[in-house]
Design a binder for this molecule. Sequence first.
Ligand code: KDG
Ligand code: MG
Length: 402
Amino acid sequence: MKIQSAKVIVTCPGRNFVTLKIVTDQGVYGIGDATLNGREKAVVSYLEDHVIPCLTGMDPRRIEDIWQYLYRGAYWRRGPVTMRAIAAVDMALWDIKGKMAGMPVYDLLGGKSRERVMVYGHANGADIDETVDAVGHYIDMGYKAIRAQTGVPGIKDAYGVGRGKLYYEPADAALPSLTGWDTRKALNYVPKLFEKLRATYGFDHHLLHDGHHRYTPQEAANLGKMLEPYQLFWFEDCTPAENQEAFKLVRQHTVTPLAVGEIFNTIWDAKDLIQNQLIDYIRATVVGAGGLTHLRRIADLAALYQVRTGSHGATDLSPVTMGCALHFDTWVPNFGIQEYMRHTEETDAVFPHDYRFEDGHLIVGETPGHGVDIDEALAAKYPYKPAYLPVARLEDGTMWNW
Ligand code: KDG
Ligand code: MG
């Protein structure tokens, strides 16, 4: 059996997605997601110019060997572009293997560990009252877990606050738009949001919050401590994680659970955080961290230290990633939660899929493979549109972490 051809499909049904399609000489095909928000074309070139020429003629059944070939064989390891390209190949090959075996991917991984997967949605508003209402809306929709972000008085476009109620989409301009940040103002305001949420809805639902890499370790520890009375499910990206040791300071001062890893590419980004038990949830994803083949290695390491999974699932991860994530989540023994930001109807139409939302959970499909396809004719109707994530500056003009 051989890989006969592969191609990259770029489509923008409301936002950009990069999809790899691998076709075998037996007519079976598989697809993988290679979307890198705001840097899509770099991955397109990596795949078209450097990966597809090597893949043609290879045996698609050798998923592990192809992974090692692309990782070790490039010499230049890791990084978001390389690892997303490898992830796309990996997802497509698992899809092909599942179709050939007549089995859904979760079965190939080892079978179901659970019937359904708890997900969290994004509630946000311009101020505390609006966010409290938005959380109520999610509760009404059946969600058991909700991430809450609020605008902060005096900060221009604080992180996580969208214009629409259901489809928050940060990559919203042809060039990066300018947003603001002020840690003092956020530290004064964010705890009040959670105080009001608990006063309004009680403690039955899981609440989450994303710091989006903006706090120093000391500030993150301070906020984690202030949030303790409200019993969060997690405080995400409380401080940048390039220096994994930074989490020691946060950990020493707060018992608020910590989650990190949506921008991680490999197990090496998470190794010290996991081994030193500095985090509670690892947020690496199928598309970000080299596909199912590598993500399960991260999850297995995490399991040794009672760290659970909580994969990134924002709108910039296509339904192909979401489908693969649900197979992974249904199998992985140390599952925690899955992020689920809904895609628009246009996106769902381009990527027909068999997973479904019910009662605050997603339920994996039974179709052989990962259960997500692409309608190429429809995809062609939505050409690529440049779209960037915003940037953030402090009031004095200093560049900050968006
Ligand atoms: O492309 C960036 C988004 O995926 C990111 O900002 C979303 O932080 C995010 C989250 O937790 O979903
Ligand atoms: Mg995040």
